[in-house]
Ligand binder design. Structure first.
Ligand code: PNS
Length: 161
């Protein structure tokens, strides 16, 4: 199976890394794909996010970090993949994720979305939460990989704990 795990990853959290680890066991090849055409105001550039992801996934030989713009299903098809991986945390994720999966399937019914449930300890975790805590000087040690903590603190010019 060739799969794509798409997202903003601004920045990647331990929750993302957990999904990558687990998805990389299921897939022969896993593309971790950073969205380029986001209307979101991101803290890190696409290139910064890609190099952060490369750093934290260097132990996974079947993981390829890349980026995409335009429709996700087009990128998936063009990569020779047929599965989209998404992480599901709480019920609050469900409506958005279900809509995304159904929309993608209506555009290309050959591409399946596979949901991986977040591990309990990461149920509350999101990139926005991490940025907010770091911004106010809170401790993010258990929330992001060490490499990300460094670059995040540099970017925010604060000191966490
Ligand atoms: O981590 P995110 O920001 O929740 O990821 C959202 C992402 C990248 C999966 C989604 O925004 C996406 O696929 N965007 C590309 C455009 C697209 O194909 N949209 C789906 C049809 S509405």
């Amino acid at each position: 199976m060739v799969a794509v795990y798409p997202g903003s990853f601004d920045p990647a959290t331990n929750g993302h890394l957990d999904i990558i680890k687990r998805a990389s066991k299921l897939a022969d090849k896993l593309y971790v794909a950073v969205l380029r055409n986001s209307s979101k105001n991101c803290l890190f550039s696409v290139e910064e996010r890609m190099s952060q992801l490369q750093l934290i996934t260097k132990g996974f030989p079947n993981v390829i970090v890349t980026s995409f713009s335009g429709l996700l299903v087009e990128f998936v098809k063009g990569s020779g993949a047929d599965v989209i991986i998404r992480g599901l945390r709480a019920v609050t994720d469900f409506e958005y994720e279900f809509q995304l999966a159904l929309t993608n399937r209506s555009i290309n019914p050959d591409i399946e979305t596979l949901f991986i449930s977040a591990s309990t300890k990461y149920l509350f975790l999101s990139s926005s939460v991490v940025k907010e805590i770091a911004n106010y000087g809170g401790c993010i040690d258990d929330m992001v990989p060490q490499e990300i903590k460094g670059v995040l603190m540099d970017k925010l010019r604060g000191s966490p704990c």
